[in-house]
Design a protein around this ligand. Structure first.
Ligand code: NAD
Length: 500
């Protein structure tokens, strides 16, 4: 069986660690490949390649760096179907969803194409008479990225296009569950003209990650994954003097007000809850209905929507499925056990996906769309991130109760409100303790030219990903205050200088 290795200093190379992990096709349950679990030394070799490449890459003009990004965009578009197929084969999401993921990643590449403008810095003429001030946004050096399984293309592309366009070099550690796409992206970057060593991929697990968090040559670490690991990454890399952005888990609530358009709510909610089998950090996993009437209507409509959903493999069906399998056997078992715990804790199970079997793909990791009503805030299915096709309906009596519920939850990634009332929506946007908010938009993922990030235990670190925060994260500001010799005639000044 083929073993995927690394991409270091412009070439694909095998790992000599002797450790591998299996990569499965979640739709069939068959093993596709092995992936190398690289050693600490191999990870250090990737950092060395990136460190060496930084010396010349930082000297390449922003315009030329942008041209590599333009070419990379063109190549990604040419190879879009191949890349989307790889995503589906290893992650399981349906092909059109994989295509959508690629587009959202590509948008960050397009954003990074604007780097000559984005990295201009600021300039003030005459901050004092004859004195000018300006800022330089300089690259940091070697940056590292560690990504989760659920967006094998998009999440790495939240990171490296901006980092590289800013003049940094990069070591990417993809998820070991679906590692093929990042390696292909490395090849396409090289084809686009990126010099060797600027972008490196090291496959692996904790052993590789720990080197990236502690090696003194790494200047910044971007992480996306589960909250316990995000917290560990943040604590460890910060303690080693690096800047860190570590995005964690989520439990995203959608508030349904009595005046919301029921058609719009149901259509939006089904896609947001069950698309990608619920394995999206911005999936809606809790619908908060204000009033029993709203909940009764919603639950009844959801049942018929669920009954009409097609669940199946992401490739090869004459009519594409709405939702594919979960990523692994273990994860499917975990989601099933959450459903069991919801029943034990007294929630009303309206649709049960535990026994779903996909005809022709009996060994695939499928769990059918599941719906709980009368979920209470003390239940595990409410408190914890399930990361599967399980939607919980919580009933509240008032808007104020809905707000309190969301604000008291440990996660604060995304949320949405569905209402026709502008006042309510405006107040919601102001009061809610969540990083990304949708008004009649169920999955409010910011576009590439805005920044993506949650609040509370969904993000550790001050700066969000891509957009203006991405450029700030991957650059260090230097502020110059300058006066030319004609201005130096005033003599020594012993009190705190103020501009005159
Ligand atoms: P994960 O935390 O298990 O793994 C993420 C990465 O960390 C992987 O590359 C993995 O190899 C590495 N890792 C795992 N354990 C480690 C350890 N002990 N030490 C060092 N590195 C380790 O996450 P996952 O299961 O791949 O992804 C799903 C999670 O990601 C969900 O919680 C989801 O909400 C979250 N996620 C969040 C966002 C966001 O924007 N906030 C986006 C996508 C996914």
């Amino acid at each position: 069986m083929q073993t995927l290795g690394n991409f270091i200093n412009g070439v694909r190379c095998d790992s000599a660690s002797g450790r591998v992990g299996p990569v499965f096709n979640p739709a069939t349950g068959e093993q596709r490949l092995n992936v190398a679990l690289s050693s600490a030394d191999e990870t250090r070799a990737a950092i060395t390649a990136a460190q060496t490449a930084f010396a010349s890459w930082k000297e390449v003009t922003p315009l030329r760096r942008a041209r590599v990004m333009f070419k990379f965009k063109e190549l990604m578009e040419q190879h879009a179907d191949e890349l989307a197929e790889l995503i589906t084969l290893e992650h399981g999401k349906v092909f059109s969803d994989a295509q959508g993921e690629l587009v959202r990643g590509l948008e960050v590449v397009e954003f990074a194409c604007g780097i000559p403008h984005l990295q201009k810095g600021e300039h003030s003429l005459n901050v004092g008479r004859g004195v000018d001030s300006y800022s330089l946004m300089q690259p940091l050096g070697v940056c590292a990225g560690i990504s989760p399984f659920n967006f094998p293309a998009m999440v790495p592309m939240w990171m490296f296009p901006v980092a590289i366009a800013c003049g940094n070099t990069f070591v990417m550690k993809p998820s070991e569950k679906d590692p093929s796409v990042p390696l292909r992206l490395a090849e396409l970057l090289k084809e686009a003209g990126l010099p060797d060593g600027v972008f490196n991929v090291v496959n692996g697990d904790k052993e590789a990650v720990d080197v990236l968090l502690t090696d003194e040559r790494v200047q910044a670490v971007s992480f996306v994954g589960s909250t316990p690991i995000a917290e560990y990454i943040y604590a460890t890399a910060s303690a080693h003097g690096k800047r860190v952005q570590a995005l964690g888990g989520a439990k995203n609530h959608m508030v349904v007000m009595p005046d919301a358009d029921p058609e719009q709510v149901v259509g939006s909610l089904v896609g947001a809850a069950y698309g990608s089998a619920g394995e999206r950090c911005m999936a809606i996993s809790v619908a908060v209905c204000v009033g029993d009437e709203v909940a009764d209507t919603l639950v009844s409509r959801l049942q018929s929507e669920i009954d009409n959903m097609r669940v199946g493999p992401g490739l090869g069906l004459p009519e594409e499925a709405h939702m594919g399998p979960l990523v692994s056997k273990e994860h499917a078992a975990k989601v099933r056990s959450y459903i069991g715990s919801g029943i034990e804790e007294g929630a009303a199970l309206i649709r049960d996906g535990r026994d779903f079997v996909c005809a022709g793909n009996e060994k695939g990791y499928f769990v059918g769309p599941t719906l709980f009503d009368h979920v209470k805030p003390n239940m595990r299915i409410y408190k914890e991130e399930i990361f599967g096709p399980v939607l919980c309906v919580v009933r509240v009596d008032s808007y104020a109760e809905a707000i309190r519920l969301i604000n008291e939850h440990e996660y604060g990634n995304g949320t949405a409100i569905f209402t026709r009332d502008g006042d309510t929506a405006r107040q919601f946007c102001e009061e809610i303790q969540v990083g990304m908010v949708g008004v009649n938009v169920p999955i409010p993922v910011p576009m590439a030219f805005h920044s993506f990030g949650g609040w509370k235990r969904s993000l550790f670190g001050p700066l969000h990903m891509h957009g203006p925060d991405g450029v700030r994260f991957y650059t260090r500001m230097k502020t110059i205050t300058s006066r030319w010799p004609t201005g130096l005639r005033a003599g020594a000044e012993f009190s705190m200088p103020t501009m005159k």
